[in-house]
Write a new protein. Structure first.
Ligand code: SF4
Length: 456
């Protein structure tokens, strides 16, 4: 892979504006409370899909990482999870009844920290899910693991229950960086855990890394990347630290002067992409890396990559049911979200057996634009003919008022807009969100607000 082609510092600087990550279109900012349980049920009835992806949110964390923007509850009391699991079970039991004709193809546990749960709690939750839903024989089961506060034998426990993918939060191995972000963890243990997980049978292990953290330098991040290579994992997610202290109170603990400058952040990003590609990983979408034989790499090569609330995926034809506090569902042509606060979640489940708070039923225009944005985000290419045939429109007429927004990118050689296709140039890959914003009809109302993180 020609890595140099991704970087044009002048253009990256020019377009480094705030923008959505487009895990959905419209984004969650458009969800509203008029969306009701009846709308959710109707969506299931109308959905052409019969395959299901389940997302389970476990909100608890042992301690607070200062950079974090997730929905979580920090506590030392594991017993709190027992209460949560009781309510979650009620939600699972009532929701499963609505999905009787479905087969579960994918299960993902995220958080917070799913590995906050004890072995016994994990077993109980897996068994309940398998009792209540019909699982396919071959199912992708993945879980996010915080390498602090776990033992090596968590790996065989998870594997024995059917989990086949692990995602481990590494972020950065440098002690000074770890102390600043309040996430001190042992690299030696992470290495042992990964080796152990492989030895018990895990075939797919992902680690998360973050650039743009306090005190990160080229030297320190080089060590992190080299260690990632030694860990020999299958996938690496590389995230840009989004510093929005006005939205996330804990980020106020990270002093501005500790953070890399924008030029240093570019250099860190460039270093990471260059090194990971040199180590043999394929660059997936805008922030993932996978070994060439990984199914994400194969899907990207075949133009079959998809995107949902968990990021890039190969499972494009599944409905997604989110269970637990703050979780998001994507059923047929609707998105919906559960309440975000734990007490409200308990109250809602107690009263109704469900905790839906808001959502959105997509209009035909949302569906068309969502498809265009997804194609660009995943494949950096849009076949206008495919869109024309699928929606019975003339692309250039339909987007007459939107296409002029691409002209600045076209002038800078970042986009080619032909009669039958739109192509994103390799040097615009990191800026693909910006091009997608041209097709986002909700963008104008958010444009002046700091509601999104910067592209880099
Ligand atoms: S980064 Fe993960 S472990 Fe840390 S506070 Fe956020 S959700 Fe919890």
């Amino acid at each position: 892979m020609q890595v140099d082609q991704f970087f044009n510092e002048k253009l990256l600087n020019k377009y480094n504006t705030a923008g959505p990550r487009y895990t959905s279109y419209p984004t969650a900012l458009e969800f509203h409370e008029e969306f009701s349980e009846n709308d959710f049920i109707k969506a299931i009835e109308n959905s052409p899909n019969k395959e299901l992806s389940l997302y389970i949110h476990i909100p608890f964390c042992h301690s607070l990482c200062y950079y974090c923007g997730c929905n979580k509850v920090v506590t030392r009391h594991r017993s709190k999870a027992d209460t949560y699991l009781e309510y979650l079970a009620k939600e699972i039991n009532s929701r499963a009844k609505l999905f009787q004709g479905y087969t579960v193809k994918q299960l993902h546990w995220g958080g917070g920290t799913p590995s906050f749960l004890t072995h016994e709690q994990i077993t109980r939750l897996v068994n309940l899910l398998k009792q209540q839903f019909t699982f396919a024989e071959k199912v992708d089961m993945s879980i996010e693991v915080d390498p602090r506060e776990i033992e090596l034998n968590l790996a065989e426990h998870l594997y024995s229950l059917g989990f086949n993918r692990l995602s481990i939060g590494v972020q950065d191995i440098d002690k000074k960086v770890q102390e600043a972000i309040n996430r001190v963890q042992s690299t030696e243990f992470i290495e042992q855990f990964i080796a152990h997980a492989k030895s018990v049978g895990f075939k797919s292990i992902n680690i998360d890394l973050i650039y743009g953290l306090p005190h990160q330098t080229i030297e320190t991040f080089t060590r992190t990347l080299d260690k990632a290579k030694e860990m020999d994992v299958d996938r690496i997610s590389l995230f840009s630290y989004a510093h929005i202290p006005t939205r996330f109170a804990s980020q106020r603990k990270l002093r501005d002067e500790w953070l890399p400058s924008i030029n240093q952040k570019f250099a860190l990003m460039r270093l990471a992409i260059e090194k990971l590609c040199a180590y043999g990983y394929e660059f997936i979408g805008m922030d993932h890396f996978a070994k060439p034989d990984d199914e994400l790499s194969i899907a990207q090569k075949n133009g079959k990559l998809h995107r949902n609330f968990q990021g890039y995926t190969t499972k494009g034809n599944c409905d997604l049911l989110g269970l637990g506090v703050s979780s998001i569902s994507d059923i047929g042509n609707v998105y919906s979200q559960n309440v975000k606060d734990l007490k409200t979640y308990y109250h809602a489940i107690e009263t109704n057996q469900y905790a839906l708070e808001k959502g959105i039923a997509l209009t035909q225009d949302d569906i068309i634009r969502g498809d265009v944005i997804r194609e660009l985000m995943c494949n950096l290419f849009l076949d206008k003919t495919m869109i024309n045939q699928k929606y019975n429109i003339n692309f250039d007429d339909y987007f007459l008022n939107d296409l002029p927004a691409l002209s600045t990118f076209i002038e800078d050689g970042l986009v080619v807009n032909n009669k039958d296709s739109i192509m994103i140039a390799p040097q615009a890959r990191l800026l693909v969100r910006n091009m997608c914003m041209s097709f986002d009809s909700y963008m104008k109302k958010h444009i002046s607000m700091q509601r999104f993180s910067r592209v880099i």
